[in-house]
Design a protein around this ligand. Structure first.
Ligand code: FUB
Length: 325
């Protein structure tokens, strides 16, 4: 089985968030760039400073690069590292959610607003109050309520927030050392999508015995790359397991969980990180993900790819074609 081709090769792209707006498929990825910074667990080598938006009319067809939609120098609160973004549409406006380090080096989530899916996006002057860590993913439910999922351990700093306040000394612990795993976070978004209107709560993932996944369960516990989609009335929370390099999912009857662990979607790809989105387009379901094949395996120079996924009668996800070994 041949591997997939990157959707674009003229720039490095990663962390793809795919959405259908006005009948077109839009992709909001990180824009990886070359740097001399050596790889470390902090993720300093992921030193991105702008976002491009891409669109396509068909999967496998031509991809349009709409150019720079938002850049670091235009965001007053950001010091560095524009990491994995997501986008949403609400009441005819388009919102780009993005994580970045503030001037104190703490990751926060910002939001920027546009009239068109491809931007340009105008950033709010401050990060979203109450937001922290990385990898925002938005989900607008059928009743119009929008949710913001976020979080990432290790370089994503989630372990620093276990008391509700940022504790720098907790950084080097990387994650919980025993007991339940640290969870991704979720909160409701306001009607104008620029603030949180509920408490931030844990996205709890349960094992087959109904117990929260343990911190020692590196094959299944949440690491980063939250994504939410809905299929046949069920909420699917998917995520990366980080150091074990799997993309997994869990399901619930509520967007707030708790979620039941469901299985793996993607086995490890070339490169350390793995990050994805899931979207329905023209009657088929697709997994957008990245690997490092375009750079010959450089961890911070990644490329976005697409695979079709299918559901069985129980709603279990698998790839439409087997993943090459
Ligand atoms: O792209 C930078 C970081 O790498 C993302 O925020 C993570 O999800 C990982 O893909």
């Amino acid at each position: 089985m041949a591997d997939k081709d990157p959707i674009v090769t003229h720039v490095f792209t990663a962390d793809p968030s795919a959405h259908v707006f006005n009948g077109k498929l839009y992709v909001y990825p990180s824009h990886d760039r070359e740097t001399d910074i050596k790889d470390n667990d902090n993720g300093d080598q992921y030193d991105m400073n702008d976002y491009h938006v891409f669109s396509m009319d068909s999967v496998g067809g031509p991809v349009t690069d709409h150019g720079v939609a938002l850049k670091q120098e235009d965001i007053p609160w950001v010091s560095k590292q524009l990491w994995a973004p997501d986008a949403a549409e609400k009441n005819g406006k388009y919102y780009l959610f993005f994580p970045a380090r503030d001037k104190e080096g703490i990751f926060r989530v910002g939001v920027a607003v546009a009239d068109k899916p491809e931007g340009p996006f105008a950033p709010e002057p401050e990060p979203i109050k109450g937001s922290f860590s990385i990898d925002p993913a938005t989900f607008v439910d059928d009743d119009g309520q929008a949710y913001l999922y976020f979080g990432g351990i290790w370089g994503g700093q989630l372990q620093c927030w276990s008391t509700g306040k940022f504790v720098q000394e907790n950084y080097s612990k990387m994650e919980a050392q025993e007991g339940p795993a640290l969870c991704a976070k979720v909160a409701k978004l306001s009607e104008d999508m620029t603030s949180l209107t509920s408490d931030v709560q844990d996205v709890v993932i349960l094992d087959e015995e109904g117990k929260p996944l343990l911190s020692s369960d590196h094959d299944r516990r949440f690491f980063e790359a939250a994504w939410m989609h809905k299929y046949k009335g069920k909420y699917y929370f998917s995520y990366s397991t980080g150091d074990t390099h799997f993309l997994c999912y869990a399901t619930s009857d509520s967007p707030l969980g708790p979620f039941q662990y469901g299985g793996r979607i993607l086995e490890p790809v070339i490169g350390w990180t793995t990050h994805h989105s899931i979207v329905e387009f023209k009657g088929k379901w697709y997994l957008f993900y990245h690997d490092t094949s375009l750079s010959g395996g450089v961890n911070h120079l990644r490329c976005v790819k697409i695979r079709e996924i299918v559901y069985d009668e129980q709603g279990k996800i698998s790839l439409a074609e087997p993943q090459p070994k």
